[in-house]
Design a protein around this ligand. Structure first.
Ligand SMILES: O=C(CO)COP(=O)(O)O
Length: 255
């Protein structure tokens, strides 16, 4: 299996945006624009929008994800949401390990691993985020950081379970900054992550794993990034909040 046979997946990460009426309107605008996509289409939305998004996307090619989940089944974890709760609502995907969770909410490689495990156990598919800080890139340790994050996050995940894991390489310095990694930088790190998967599992698993790039991907730069052999799609922040922009990225991934 190679890029030609791997499924490209474009996922929107809405972050902390949109009330329920706004979410419904955005999805309704999106549906006709993305209905002919030749790639996977996912929108990851705030918890309060999940039911709205699931209802609004019913019968369409848009799948719905959450932006995080807790590692415990239930318990005294004020404001957290379990993987079972998401599954019961009808959610299919969950983002885990986003750099904003790591940066602002004390998420560590170990808790990322625990959350990945909980999501898989609940029957959810995972979009696992990894990526280096600017100073780590400047120190030349990008591949080491991304390899380590990937390895720790996947501890206890079997080869069979890898079909339910998408990895998103998101350099932290490129998120929401308008600074995109060059297509070659994105390709290089996505390729290095694929190498880690090959070592942890085997080459067939590595070749079958969807590895996205995320960080200021937009309608203008999507073509070049998605043209790279190791870049199998994108995790889109800002541009996923505008239906025409999101649709343009999906069109680029469908070529
Ligand atoms: O963090 C991101 C997606 O998870 C990327 O966000 P931007 O596309 O807004 O840079």
């Amino acid at each position: 299996m190679n890029k030609a046979t791997r499924q490209a997946v474009i996922a929107g990460n809405w972050k902390m945006n949109k009330t329920r009426p706004e979410a419904k309107a955005l999805i309704e605008e999106m549906i006709p624009l993305v209905k002919d996509a030749d790639c996977g289409v996912i929108i990851c939305v705030p918890y309060t929008n999940l039911e709205t998004a699931i209802a609004a996307t019913k019968g369409t090619n848009i799948k719905v994800g959450a932006e995080n989940c807790h590692w415990a089944k239930s318990g005294a974890f004020t404001a957290e949401v379990s993987a079972d709760m998401l599954k019961e609502v009808g959610v299919e995907y969950v983002i885990i390990g986003h750099s904003e969770r790591r940066q602002y909410f004390g998420e560590t490689d170990v808790t990322v691993n625990q959350r990945v495990r909980a999501a898989l156990d609940a029957g959810l598919k995972v979009i696992l985020c990894v990526g280096e800080l600017l100073n780590e890139r400047e120190q030349g340790i990008t591949e080491e950081i991304c390899s380590m994050q990937t390895k720790i996050a996947l501890a206890g995940v079997s080869k069979e379970e890898m079909k339910d894991i998408i990895i998103a390489y998101e350099p932290v310095w490129a998120i929401g900054t308008g600074k995109t990694a060059t297509a070659d930088q994105a390709d290089e790190v996505c390729g290095a992550i694929r190498g880690v998967i090959a070592k942890l599992y085997d080459d067939a698993t590595a070749q079958a794993t969807t590895i996205q790039y995320g960080g200021s991907m937009n309608a203008k730069n999507a073509d070049e990034l998605l043209g790279k052999v190791n870049v199998d799609g994108g995790l889109i922040g800002g541009a996923s909040l505008k239906a025409p922009d999101f649709a343009a990225i999906i069109a680029a991934a469908s070529k």
